[in-house]
Design a protein around this ligand. Sequence first.
Ligand code: IPM
Ligand code: MG
Length: 355
Amino acid sequence: MAEFKIALIPGDGIGPEIVSGAKVVLDAAAKKFGHSFNYTQVDMGGCAIDKYGVPLPEETIKTCMESDSVLLGAVGGPKWDSVPAEKRPETGLLGIRKALGLYANLRPSILKPQLAAASPLKSEKLVSGLDIMVVRELTGGIYFGKKQRAEDGSWASDEEKYSVEEIRRIGKIAFETAMLRKKRVVSVDKANVLESSRLWRFVMTELAKDYPEVTLSHMYVDNAAMQLAINPAQFDVIVTSNIFGDILSDLSSAIAGSIGMLPSSSLGENKRGMYEPIHGSAPDIAGLDIANPIATIISAAMMLRMSFGLIEEADAIEAAVDKVLDEGYRTADIMSEGMEKVGTKKMAELISERL
Ligand code: IPM
Ligand code: MG
């Protein structure tokens, strides 16, 4: 029996629904395996702006720091689109990533055979066996570089800056991840134009010498986008900067059927991580009980595996998800002919019952 403290950040839009879905499944796993998960729920994003006037209250940072891991829904929505940058919900998300030192963001895209029909790439050859891990640098680059706006409003700029150390540490995560997989790393950059990318490429090439079993290749980001669309099965691990990773991970997730299926983990120097679906807060469907909770449920499974070392428990949750899909249950985003459509709550219940 093990005990863990989990900070829950439901956030905005569909966030609260999908996080409660994941909690139902976590509770079922705790019961089955005799563990105890203690949750503390905190605010971040738009809901925090409404309550406290800031997207990331001190209390939220404190609770996360004192927890073994964080499970996050999603933040943002049109309601807060016109507030100043420092008050946007997204600023809260970037702030908590930075505060917890979560520089490595792992975004797996796996096409489950049950969902082959949901992939926009219809050819079997293109998508069968699709299993890509995007390793995205999360606390540097243009997201955190110097931001400027001319006083007269006539120009603005954002700086893309990377240190050797920042590149090295994310590179290491990518190579070590590849060692447990097919041992191939594609480093994505724009080294034909950007100086920061030339440094990125140099550091990755140097680092590769420490991992002789891993094959490293380099790809420009524009080509990588095209290759993901025409031949995604060629990829194993993709390692890239904050902004390129943001863009390419949406693309690789769409290829895997639905962005509603894909989890992510954000990790730093210690075991504590933050786990969240890679999709956003989908304000248009918030509160309607139609959002797909599976991305958040698999994120919770990743948390058990990667931060808590509960491998068997994580496997059981993923097997329960597969079972429910095998039985033909689908949320609206992954619905196809002959399947049974269920809502957010029902999907989470079905998965917890299969545990
Ligand atoms: C993501 C999201 C965030 C990002 C937004 C909400 C700030 O798109 O996690 O991919 O760009 O990192
Ligand atoms: Mg994104």
